[in-house]
Design a protein around this ligand. Structure first.
Ligand SMILES: Nc1ccn([C@@H]2O[C@H](COP(=O)(O)O)[C@@H](O)[C@H]2O)c(=O)n1
Ligand code: MG
Length: 270
């Protein structure tokens, strides 16, 4: 099946392709030297207020629920909304200044996956749109890719964005709230963007959660979708659900080698 999809995408050429990707733990590393890397939410909480990250972000409580594939999306959704709302309220309470963001990212160990330069540059070179759908914090995410010199014009980001008051201080998060399991809804809220991309019916989808599988649902005339899933955590327990849902499953792989190899093959000689 994978060979057939890749063959079809290659035959149609890069002009018919778009890449839709998750951000945290898909384009960024899950772990480095045995330690977990921060997400966009935790990057800022971690850098600005370590105490809050540990005591109040409640990653220890909510993250196991997020990745528990024995619970239904319906059961998990209200708990995810609760987690995200608490985290956003916490950030708002801290009165974070717009200028502190860049500094927070510079000082954090935000790490894109190995091979990110080749990935972003190849997509730019072939003018292949890269749509990043993230339930993280859009302002931080943008800062991370800008800081790494790969925020090219072909990159579009859909995420949770901060709102600042007239003094440049964080005062709210823009609606709608995007969490792990409602990416489909936010994709459908952007018909203009997807309308522009209707002439690109072939999709390379990258994700690390089963919730990421719905990111391409806004594409109405999709023809060939190759879904690559990063299985970062609780590998044994979650393998069969991932193998059933993704076309390719990468276990504990901190690189973009496989997507890059596929993209190189698809665009070879073009
Ligand atoms: N308070 C929170 C809420 C969520 N997270 C993690 O962020 C990830 C979302 O970003 P994606 O780019 O992967 O959509 C999500 O998987 C949560 O684990 C967090 O760290 N803190
Ligand atoms: Mg993710």
């Amino acid at each position: 099946k994978v060979e057939k999809i890749i063959h079809n995408i290659r035959s149609a050429g890069p002009g018919k392709l778009q890449v839709i990707s998750d951000f945290d733990m898909t384009l960024t590393r899950f772990a480095y030297n045995g330690n977990r890397c921060p997400t966009t939410h935790s990057k800022i909480l971690f850098n600005i207020l370590i105490y809050i990250y540990i005591k109040k972000n409640k990653i220890g409580h909510y993250y196991p629920i997020e990745i528990d594939d024995t619970r239904s999306v319906e059961e998990k959704t209200p708990l995810m909304v609760e987690w995200w709302t608490k985290a956003h309220n916490l950030l708002v309470e801290q009165q974070i200044g717009k200028d502190q963001l860049a500094e927070a990212v510079r000082e954090s160990n935000a790490m894109l996956r190995e091979g990110y330069q080749g990935f972003f540059d190849l997509l730019k070179h072939h003018s292949i749109p890269l749509l990043i759908f993230s339930a993280g914090v859009g302002d931080i995410l943008e800062e991370v890719i800008r800081h790494n010199g790969v925020f090219h014009p072909n990159v579009r980001v859909f995420s949770n964005y901060m709102e600042y008051n007239e003094k440049g201080v964080l005062c709210a998060f823009k609606e709608p709230l995007i969490h792990t399991f409602n990416k489909k809804e936010s994709a459908l809220l952007n018909p203009d963007m997807f309308g522009q991309l209707q002439d690109r019916p072939n999709i390379l989808l990258l994700g690390d959660s089963l919730g990421d599988l719905t990111m391409a649902d806004g594409i109405q005339n999709a023809q060939n979708i190759l879904r690559i899933g990063y299985l970062n955590d609780k590998v044994e327990e979650r393998r069969s659900a991932y193998v059933d849902s993704y076309d390719i499953v990468l276990e504990k792989d901190e690189t973009l080698e496989v997507p890059n190899a596929i993209l190189n093959y698809i665009t070879e000689g073009k």
